[in-house]
Design a protein around this ligand. Sequence first.
Ligand SMILES: [Zn+2]
Length: 312
Amino acid sequence: MKEVFAGIDFGGTRIKIALIFENKILVERNIEAASQQTFEERLADIALEIKDLLPGTDFKVSGIGFAFPGIVNFQTNVILSKYVKYPGAENIDLNAWATANFGVPLVIENDARAALIGEWKHGAGVGSSDLVLVTLGTGVGTGVLVNGVPLRGKNFIAGNLGGHTTINFEGNVCNCGNIGCVESESSTWVLTEIARKSPDFLSSKLSQVEVIDFKNLFQLSEAGDSLAIELKNRCLKVWALCVINLVHAYDPEKVIFGGGIMKSSHIILPYIKEMIDKHAWINSADVALIEAFQLESAGILGVYELFKQKYK
Ligand SMILES: [Zn+2]
């Protein structure tokens, strides 16, 4: 029998399922996150999809790994935080699910921490022992490796809440409950609010888009729209200060960036570099700012590595 590992990355809109054989992704498939279903129903579908993905009767599943967008207990495999896209996930016995469906053990990790480990072992972080991973997009996700150990902490939040550190003590209350978070200060709804209040709003092309998102914000600012430039600069400043905070806290050799917005990495990374040189305790020469090699698969590769470590 050939043994494959099944990795599942639970995204906001899609769930990626992949089978890993001998250190490489053999086959993969995306299914809808389908938030109208309960998590239990989704898990039943996932079990069927995994069985369907097996390339032949001489293959069997030897382990399962979940990369989940929330705080999880890595030791007991329990999801600790509620997530609107996967209602009820925090009440499910995942170990029992893996045993009942495949007769194998399971590992679960926060998605950003899993992606950090995937990039560490298979991507942009190979050979380093001090890394920070930052995903920029609708949300800001972070994961941290210090002295070759992924940070978890007592409540499994260490390194994960870079997007929910306070960047503006006079800011609004974030949907997480904290004040002036990186994520709330650079969110598209805050940008929309600021744009609408601007005297330049009606003369800006931003008044013609249905919703302000990072894609049209970066496009319009490249086209010279002055309000779009102002809001883009605000985001860049929030992100750069977030990175400086992470660099000060964890002193990484490399900061690895991912997320949809990295299509504009030619604008974002040089700006952050400049801000580090101006404002951080170290120079930009002391910390490499690089793009993730394979962020699409990094979470799955990360839980694969964790599984090998946990059940060796
Ligand atoms: Zn927050």
